[in-house]
Design a protein around this ligand. Structure first.
Ligand SMILES: N[C@@H](CCC(=O)N[C@@H](CS)C(=O)NCC(=O)O)C(=O)O
Length: 217
């Protein structure tokens, strides 16, 4: 059954692929599953029809027959469980890949989001300039640790997995900050993810929403 996901009708990132529907699109492209997209405005996201899909009035959501899911990590786990290609068959390798999914969402993403939110919402506060270096330090600590673990590897643990998919999308949220570029292996890791044909298709599809023109290529 063809799933339907939700995405911003007009993404605040202007098509840079930083919104979390991008990770769901990418996962669906990796496993070759076609999907439909329901675009929602900020107003619609907070209305009861959408809150039935997503209790917190956010995107992305995922509908497939009777099943409705929210939380990008849970959606990607669901996709990875039902299709080959995003989680290894070996049970220990699979458990480690799932661990990287959690690491991306619960250890690496929070300080990155906190920094972005501070820049977005607290720029005019008198204490912003004092707080920002502390938030950036927290991000740098995580990036340094991740960089050490990745070393010369192409991916975090053997073959590309849903853990890498989430980690790359999380690191992409630092786009334009120059922070990832301080770690050449992390910058190469993100570029490796972005070079995947499935990523390219997903990126083109979300960009087409913003430009109003069909994806090319
Ligand atoms: N933990 C959630 C976060 C969802 C989230 O923050 N979505 C953003 C878009 S990337 C959103 O809908 N923001 C609008 C809002 O919160 O009002 C997930 O991973 O799906």
């Amino acid at each position: 059954m063809k799933p339907t996901i939700t995405a911003f009708e007009r993404s605040p990132d202007r098509g840079r692929g930083l919104a979390r529907d991008m990770r769901v699109r990418w996962a669906l492209e990796e496993v070759g599953q076609p999907y439909d997209v329901r675009l929602v405005s900020f107003k619609e996201m907070k209305e009861s029809a959408h809150r039935k899909r997503h209790p917190f009035g956010q995107i992305p959501t995922y509908e497939e027959g009777d099943l409705t899911l929210f939380e990008s990590g849970a959606i990607i786990f669901h996709i990875a469980e039902r299709h080959p290609g995003l989680l290894p068959d070996d049970s220990n390798a699979r458990a480690r890949a799932i661990t990287w999914m959690f690491a991306a969402l619960s250890t690496v993403e929070p300080p990155i989001v906190e920094r972005s939110m501070a820049i977005l919402l607290e720029r005019d506060k008198s204490w912003h300039k004092e707080r920002l270096p502390m938030l950036e330090d927290r991000v740098q600590v995580r990036l340094g640790e991740l960089s050490s673990r990745l070393g010369n590897g192409d991916w975090l643990d053997g073959a590309f997995s849903a853990g890498d998919l989430l980690m790359v999308t999380v690191l992409r949220r630092l786009d334009g900050s120059g922070l990832v570029e301080k770690y050449s292996n992390l910058a190469a890791y993100v570029a490796r993810g972005e070079a995947r044909p499935a990523y390219q298709r997903a990126f083109a599809a979300q960009l087409a929403v913003f430009t109003g023109k069909p994806p090319t290529g």
